[in-house]
Ligand binder design. Sequence first.
Ligand code: SF4
Length: 491
Amino acid sequence: MKSLSGLKNSNTAAGRFRLDNCADDKLHESCGVFGVYLNDPERDAASLVYYGLLALQHRGQESAGIAVMKDQAIDVRKGMGLVAEVFNPEILGQLKGSAAVGHVRYSTAGSSSIENAQPFVSRFKLGSIAVAHNGTLINADVVRELLEDSGIGFTASSDSEVIVNLIAKNYRKGLEKALTDTIKFIKGSYALAVLTGEALVGARDPNGIRPLCLGKLPGSAQGGSGGGWILASESCAIDAVGGEFIRNVEPGEMVIINRDEAFSFIFSEKTRRAVCSFEYVYLARPDSVIDQVDVYGSRLRAGEILARESAVAADLVIGVPESGIPAAIGYGKATGTPFGVGIVKSRYVARTFIAPDQDKREKAVSVKHNVIKSEVRDKRVVLIDDSIVRGTTSKRLVTILKAAGAREVHIRVCSPPVRCPCYFGIDTPHRRDLISNGASIGELCASLGADSLAFISVEGLLESLEATAERSYCLGCFTGEYPIPVSGEQR
Ligand code: SF4
């Protein structure tokens, strides 16, 4: 067991589609988690969690929730919509308690409904717990069946409810044992923020597929009992509440913070680290640092590597906003091609639900992006995108760039072709809807209407992520090789 402060070392550095999300045919994050434990029991943690969740809003816009702990009891509020839609000062004012966990959700397992909104809370004879989970359990069905056979009822279809029920079932063994027994039983990806009547707990799956980091809140200038601890999916959320980033929670590590102490331990055998490479490509905010790698820096490097691997003569390089822009800057610097803002993304596209047919998806893309005609007219343009999933966005962007007068459009992509589904917490279309599945680069280029097309190589992506033998990544959606065997892998 280790003191947390002594570890300040490892990081210095179903049919419904949202217009602002699926319409741009990207892969989508499943969730974001945020937890706070304040040393002063008279202070309220809910408003800090609110701000932390706002900073993690990009990880899920479907529902939001906050659970607080006061006098060993847990109170929870959650609802459908954005964080600012679900919470207001009045609701936050009702959430009294000096420790809290929060969650923003994008559904990957279980339907999009209030029943599946998190944190999940269980109240039982020995106490109460609230669980906020980012990831997907690949053995949730089996565990659920076992729990149902032992008489435990479920209220939701989300795999995350399995975790809360397992912890509740094991609770008579004591908190630590209940948590470790639960975690040894579940398989898949998880970054957890758990609140009990006495502690805030964080845990990360043995491969570290989904990110989780630890921060500290400063005490008051006068000393005393101020300050506290933070758990967050991304470091940008620690920054957002004025906290100090301490380090990442390590794969297979559990962190426990209570009134008397803060400590951590490794609960699993050492396993190959397999952090989701797509976090860096697209999912995470550029101002976050995950496992010692700066997300913005990795995107810049991807552009430089694309320049080395597949440069083309051009007059202008532009990035598809937002995540294609750092790579476009990197590509421009490396090739000497002028960088410009050729495409504008609407910031105010409503969180509207639309039917998932191709026609409506394409229309949604036109609402979302527009071209600065004077910037691209008569130019040979390199268009840098972070990824191509269904191809809807790329096809539409080539069309509107050419309609605006671009002479040539060359697409360069910062990730290898997405050919396989994700089973670890990222929403991917069915394999048959992945445009790169089964198609050659030439066929893809022709179907997108581009003058040339190139993807970064797998080796290039790993280089951009500063991969080493110790710092390894999941590349499953590109290569079909997953960190955990997935039975019946056939989507
Ligand atoms: S399969 Fe792809 S999206 Fe899923 S965890 Fe692995 S790299 Fe990330």
